[in-house]
Write a protein that binds this ligand. Structure first.
Ligand SMILES: Cc1ncc(COP(=O)(O)O)c(C=O)c1O
Length: 402
């Protein structure tokens, strides 16, 4: 594996977020080999923690978690739904075919589930390309315009906007580390080219009252398109009430973006979608057209969206995990963003993030390497399996005592 020669198509943001650089830099050669061995063992055993897992697989999972806890990338640590796994296995031999008919079926499925018109849906390999395209288009539609968002939040859309020469207005989070909607509303004006809200927010996990967000977005969309990133919305306690999909359904100039990478455990299969006005959807679809979607992702998404039992259990497990993680950081005496509704907790570690990442890696716990603007001493720690959270608890105690 040549870590010095990563694919040119991946930008540094992706690399940091997917942890390639972090893994290579912090684990060293021996750690990497051990990590790779554990991963291949887990895959060979079909380890997932869900129904498909065998007792042997469960043991492999536990052993892996004891050795390396990967709490860095907001994934579902138990893997995809058994139905999604079976769908991928069934389709392996057809992987030489593009996923045309299946993609149409996925659009129909999402249209039915969300009660929206199929021509308002745009699919992409993960939601990241949609964030990039809309960031691009917001900037080119209003040259010299401003994008209003918070700091700290997920950067893909506002970075794409800035790369096209747009000005990004970073409104600070409120004292509970939530988007400050009043402060954002006060910045909206004739130069506003777009508004980005992430609910629940990455990295803080904090969520807005859906009624407040709905009122804000309805009003703001009269001036400029409002992008609501709902990557984690299906993990929220009051799902499905937590979603603002009804605004897109009603035809407001609002983009609702979701991903199957998180709760559905399909980060490696790459399926995201967004719902928006038809005219905007046509333009985004034209920009996104690039050979279609991965067949494995499409068939897995179709199966997973139908697997209500899996989705409900995943939400419960992730909720229990984040409460356990909150207890760990509270017991360690650390300040953190309370009330996360996602699968991570944002923690003030009291030291520069680079140092924290290095010390945790020495304890074989992987946490996200990059820092978010304005929060140099904070780290976003993700929900893992019970064994990984216990591993994290012991590692934190050692790191804080160092
Ligand atoms: C808020 C948010 N939006 C979008 C994404 C993109 O995820 P994907 O491209 O896997 O759909 C992420 C990934 O971490 C995220 O945190």
């Amino acid at each position: 594996m040549n870590w010095g020669n990563l694919p040119a198509s991946m930008d540094p943001q992706d690399l940091a977020e997917v942890g390639c650089v972090m893994t290579a830099v912090t684990l060293g050669r021996r750690g990497l080999l051990r990590f790779a061995g554990l991963l291949s063992g887990a895959v060979a055993a079909g380890a997932s923690g869900w129904v498909l897992a065998t007792p042997v697989a469960a043991e492999a999972d536990a052993a892996a978690s004891e050795t390396i806890a990967n709490l860095s990338l907001n994934e579902n640590p138990w893997g995809p739904s058994p139905r999604a796994q079976q769908a991928m296995l069934r389709n392996i031999a057809s992987n030489h075919r593009y996923a045309g008919a299946e993609t149409q079926a996925l659009i129909r499925k999402i249209a039915e589930l969300e009660n929206v018109s199929p021509d308002t849906i745009v699919l992409a390999p993960g939601s990241s390309p949609l964030l990039r395209i809309l960031g691009d288009q917001f900037a080119t539609d209003l040259p010299g315009g401003e994008l209003i968002t918070a700091t700290a939040t997920f950067e893909v859309l506002f970075r794409a906007f800035a790369a096209r020469g747009g000005d990004v207005v970073h409104v600070p989070l409120d004292d509970q580390l939530r988007f400050d909607l009043d402060a954002m509303a006060s910045r909206i004006g004739s130069r506003t080219a777009g508004i980005y809200v992430c609910n629940p927010n990455n990295p803080t996990g904090t969520a807005l009252s859906v009624d407040a967000l709905r009122a804000f977005a309805t009003e703001a969309a009269r001036t400029a398109p409002v992008f609501i990133d709902e990557a984690y919305v299906d993990m929220m306690d009051d799902w499905p009430r937590s979603s603002c999909m009804d605004l897109a359904r009603a035809g407001h100039d609002v983009v609702i973006c979701r991903t199957l990478s998180k709760l559905h455990g399909l980060a490696g299969a790459r399926i995201g979608f967004a719902v928006m006005r038809k005219e905007r959807a046509d333009r985004v679809r034209a920009a996104a057209r690039s050979g279609g979607l991965p067949r494995m992702g499409v068939v897995a998404a179709l199966a997973s969206l139908d697997d209500e039992a899996f989705v409900t259990e995943a939400r419960q497990r992730l909720r229990a995990g984040r409460l356990a993680l909150e207890r760990v950081v509270a017991e360690a005496g650390l300040e953190y963003a309370h009330g996360s509704q996602a699968n991570y907790v944002y923690v003030n570690t009291g030291m520069p993030n680079e140092r924290f990442v290095g010390l945790m890696a020495e304890q074989n716990v992987l946490v996200v390497r990059r820092s978010f603007q304005g929060y140099d001493n904070w780290n976003r720690i993700c929900v893992g399996t019970d064994a990984e959270i216990e591993h994290c608890r012991r590692a934190l105690a050692r790191v804080l005592a160092a």
